[in-house]
Write a protein that binds this ligand. Structure first.
Ligand SMILES: [Zn+2]
Length: 196
């Protein structure tokens, strides 16, 4: 069996260059990891969706459709990340966590919300794939309630979830106590790293 977790950064980057190149009619070597998708490559909104679909198919992962600000707000609740179309101090801090590949000085309090798409680089999507693979292959070692190690993969279509939200990643059930363990959501992994 192929270990789907074993893609190297370079393999993921190469596949992205191919996908983006095919959309924009560019040769892969015309595309760099730090190319801005909007400013340097001229990608349009519709192209982003095309990239997402192709990545989901190739890597068998789920990629969030919402923009990073919406994702942060959904994960953290009612936070003031944008005021008057500009990033707040808190918004800037969290965006730096979401975009570790972006030079930190490019993200600042007072930055226009409309400038955020310019921050997206090819490397942003390499990171998206890596996080998607982490979520897709998440597996607890033992039950977080009773400690049993006899866990089975749950059938998501037959289970009920809080707020009826189907998780991105897998779900495991404890055979001993019926406890259900849900893979961390896409961005939980980022915030976990941020709080370390
Ligand atoms: Zn248990």
């Amino acid at each position: 069996m192929v270990d789907k977790n074993s893609f190297s950064d370079k393999e993921i980057l190469d596949s992205l260059k191919e996908i983006i190149g095919s959309i924009l009619m560019l040769e892969p070597d015309e595309i760099a990891a730090n190319s801005s998708l909007v400013d340097n490559l001229g990608l349009e909104s519709i192209d982003f969706l095309d990239i997402v679909f192709q990545l989901e198919e190739k890597y068998d992962i789920a990629v969030p459709r919402r923009n990073p600000i919406q994702r942060i707000e959904a994960s953290l609740g009612e936070e003031e990340l944008i005021q008057g179309g500009k990033l707040t101090r808190k918004g800037a801090k969290l965006l730096k966590i979401v975009f570790p590949e972006v030079e930190p000085s490019r993200i600042y309090e007072g930055m226009q919300e409309s400038e955020i798409p310019s921050l997206l680089t090819v490397q942003t999507y390499v990171n998206v794939v890596k996080r998607g693979l982490e979520v897709a292959h998440w597996q607890p070692e033992q039950c977080d309630k009773c400690g049993a190690e006899n866990l089975v993969l749950g059938d998501k279509d037959k289970l009920e979830f809080p707020n009826d939200v189907m998780p991105f990643g897998p779900v495991f059930l404890c055979k001993a106590c019926d406890n259900m363990m849900i893979a961390p959501s896409f961005d939980d992994l980022i915030y976990e790293k941020a709080s370390e």
